[in-house]
Design a protein around this ligand. Structure first.
Ligand code: HEC
Length: 269
């Protein structure tokens, strides 16, 4: 019975896919993945920076590929169902007994879909391999709230991760059990709940600057104008750069470049 119902759902999904492919000329060739919840929920991100909860789904095949450190297979769909966090009467996010945010209303659904020749219509400077990107309202209509060029620009730096920001979580890698030691004399900043603290650092030229990631998601810090960046930092990992030239440098997180609380300044004397 259960199997039968699943088959019916799959077939309905297939018909919807075919119809949508015919109906949608532009702006996106990606059909609304109505049955995404039948995939694997591999990751939940508490976006403390914007009071949202993001649930991410994909296929078993994609997860196997990520575990093996490989690019994800053709035909992969990744869906992020992005909810507003539930707020209390004071407007603060409600937390469950484990301290996690609680998903409220579904706000939007973002999709990455990989197929041969996908993304071919995007300019090379923006194209993310064979991935197409799409944004939908909760009821499955194409949304133009964010231009697809912005999706592409923000995911583009992560070619090494097959453009998938949550690749490590998909591979089951969340915590670093053998963190690199903090170098002697380093000036340290800590990452917690989508914020660096302190954001502004002053160091002598050549002094190691170290980020300690105490946050759930992976982060990576890039110092602008110095071609210096940390490795990908899982929870518990530390990353260090050394700046030799005096000056004022801004840094940001390559995963979350738009989050201001993850940006800062290093003053090198
Ligand atoms: C400013 C950066 C930024 C922009 C713009 C952006 N994303 Fe992402 N996206 C992220 C980050 C960071 C994650 C992982 C964590 C999370 O959900 O917060 C992510 C995760 C995803 C995922 C889950 C798979 C993955 O890569 O981890 C999908 C699917 C996705 N985004 C699609 C889109 C689509 C579609 C758009 C445009 C409508 C878009 N994104 C725009 C930063 C961005």
């Amino acid at each position: 019975m259960k199997l039968l119902r699943r088959t019916v759902i799959l077939m309905t999904g297939l018909v919807a896919t075919l119809t949508a492919h015919h109906a949608a000329a532009a702006p996106t060739p990606v059909a609304f993945p109505a049955n995404f919840r039948s995939g694997v929920l591999y990751n939940v991100v508490d976006r403390d920076d914007r009071a949202e909860v993001h649930e991410q789904y994909t296929s078993h095949e994609a997860i196997e590929a990520a575990r093996a450190g490989k690019p994800l297979p053709m035909g992969t769909d990744i869906v992020s169902a992005n909810y507003r966090a539930r707020l209390n009467a004071q407007g603060d996010p409600v937390r469950d007994p484990k301290g996690n945010l609680v998903a409220g209303e579904l706000d939007r659904i973002t999709v990455m879909e990989k197929h041969p020749g996908g993304g071919a219509s995007y300019p090379e400077a923006l194209r993310n391999g064979d991935w197409d990107f799409a944004l939908f309202t909760p009821d499955g209509r194409v949304s133009t709230q964010v231009p697809i060029s912005e999706c592409l620009a923000c995911h583009k730096p992560h070619q090494q991760l097959d453009y998938v920001k949550t690749y490590f979580a998909m591979a089951g890698k969340r915590v670093e059990s053998h963190p690199a030691p903090v170098p002697a004399g380093a000036v340290v900043t800590t990452v917690m709940r989508f914020a660096v603290n302190p954001a502004r650092l002053t160091v002598q030229a050549g002094t190691p600057v170290t980020w300690i990631n105490a946050d759930e998601p992976a982060h990576q810090f890039l110092v602008e104008g110095a071609s210096a960046k940390t490795d990908y930092l899982l929870k518990g990992q530390t990353g260090t750069v050394r700046l030799r030239e005096p000056g004022t440098y801004r840094y940001h997180d390559t995963f979350y470049p738009a989050v201001e609380a993850l940006q800062g300044v290093i003053e090198v004397r």
